[in-house]
Design a protein around this ligand. Sequence first.
Ligand SMILES: Nc1ncnc2c1ncn2[C@@H]1O[C@H](COP(=O)(O)OP(=O)(O)OP(=O)(O)O)[C@@H](O)[C@H]1O
Ligand SMILES: [Mg+2]
Length: 354
Amino acid sequence: MSLQAFSDEYLPKAIIDRENEQDAIASYLKDIMLMKTSKVLYIHGSPGVGKSTVVRAVLSQFEDSNENSVVAHLSCTSLTPYLCLQEIHSKVCGQLSKRLTSQEIVMEITRRLLLKKYVLIVALDNFDKMQDVEQLLWSFHEIMQKVPRFGLILVSTSKFELMDMVGERLYSRLRPEVIEFKPYSANRLFEIMKSRILEAYGKPIAEDSALEKIAEFAEVNGGSARHALKILLDSIEEAQRLELSKVNSQVVEKVLEQEKKNLLLSELHELKEEAPREYEVLKVIAELSVKEENIYTGLVEEAVKEKGLMVCRRSLEYYLSDLERRGFLKLNSIRINKGHSTKIELIIPRESIS
Ligand SMILES: Nc1ncnc2c1ncn2[C@@H]1O[C@H](COP(=O)(O)OP(=O)(O)OP(=O)(O)O)[C@@H](O)[C@H]1O
Ligand SMILES: [Mg+2]
C-alpha cells in the first residue's frame, strides 16, 4: 500500500488546495446538467500539478451523484482515435458486436444518448499526445451538434494554445472554457507530502524540516507535486536503508544532490536532442576549459572551426546566450583595450558533458 500511494494512479483521499479549479470544473458540469448544453473545457498546466488527479476526483463525485451519467476518463498516450471511440461506445452502448467504422460508432453513440437521455462526459487526458486527435475532435463536434448534454474535457501539458494545436476552424467550433493549473508553491507541496505520508503510513515518518527542503527544491524546479513526491519516496527509501526511524534533513540533502545531477543530465540530454549544434558548441567549451583558464568567444569560434563545425558568429552568439539561459554557463562582458569581448565561464561540471 505505501508504495502504491506514491504512484500516479493512486487517487488521494485528501486533495490539497485546488478548490478554485475543482469548483470551476464542478460548475462546468452543473451547467451541462441544468442548462442542457454541450460544452468543451480545456485544462492545461505543466506536468505534475494535479490536473489528472483533480479531474478524476471531480468526475468520480459527479458520476456517483448523477445516475443518468456516463463518464469516460481516457488516457490518450496509448490510444488512437478509433480505440477512443470504441471505448466510449462500450460505455454508452455496451461492447461492439461487430467491427464498425468510426462514423458508424459515432452514429450509434449519438442514437443511444438521445434514446436514453444520458449525460455523457468524456475527459481526454494528455489529448495532445494522441496522433490525429483533430479527427477525433471533429467526431465529438458532430455528436455535440446533435446531443443536448455532452461535456468534452481536454487536458494537456502543452505550452501551446489550443488554437495552435487544433487550428482556427476546429477551435472556433469547440469554443472551450479554459482553466489553467498553476505550479504549486512550496507551502502547498509541503502539505501534499505531509498528507500523502499519513495516507500511506498512518504516521509522520519525515521531519518537517526535511519536507520543507524538498518542497523548496520542487518549487524552484517547476512546482510539480509528482516531482516532490518522487524525491520524498527516494528519501524514505534512503532513510530505511540507513535504518533511521524518520527522514531527516541530511538524508534529503543527499537525495537532492543526486537529484540535481539527474536533472542536469536530463537537461543536457534534452539539449543534445533538440539542438545538437548548440550541444556541440557546449562540448567545445568543456574541452577548452581543460587547458584554458580564460575562454573568450573568439577562442570558441576558432575551436569550433577546427572541429569542422559550420557555425557563423551570429549563431555562435545566439547559442551562447541560450546556453546561459539554460544555466550551463555564465557570460561576462569585459573590456579589452578599446574593444570588448565576452568571457565564458562553464558553471556545470565538465565531466557531465560527453
Ligand atoms: N492537490 C493535490 N493533492 C494531493 N495530491 C496531489 C495534488 N496534486 C497532485 N497530486 C499528486 O501529484 C502527482 C501528480 O499529479 P497528476 O498526475 O494529477 O498531475 P498532472 O498535472 O496530471 O501531470 P501530467 O501533466 O504529467 O499528466 C499524483 O501522485 C497526485 O496524486
Ligand atoms: Mg496527468
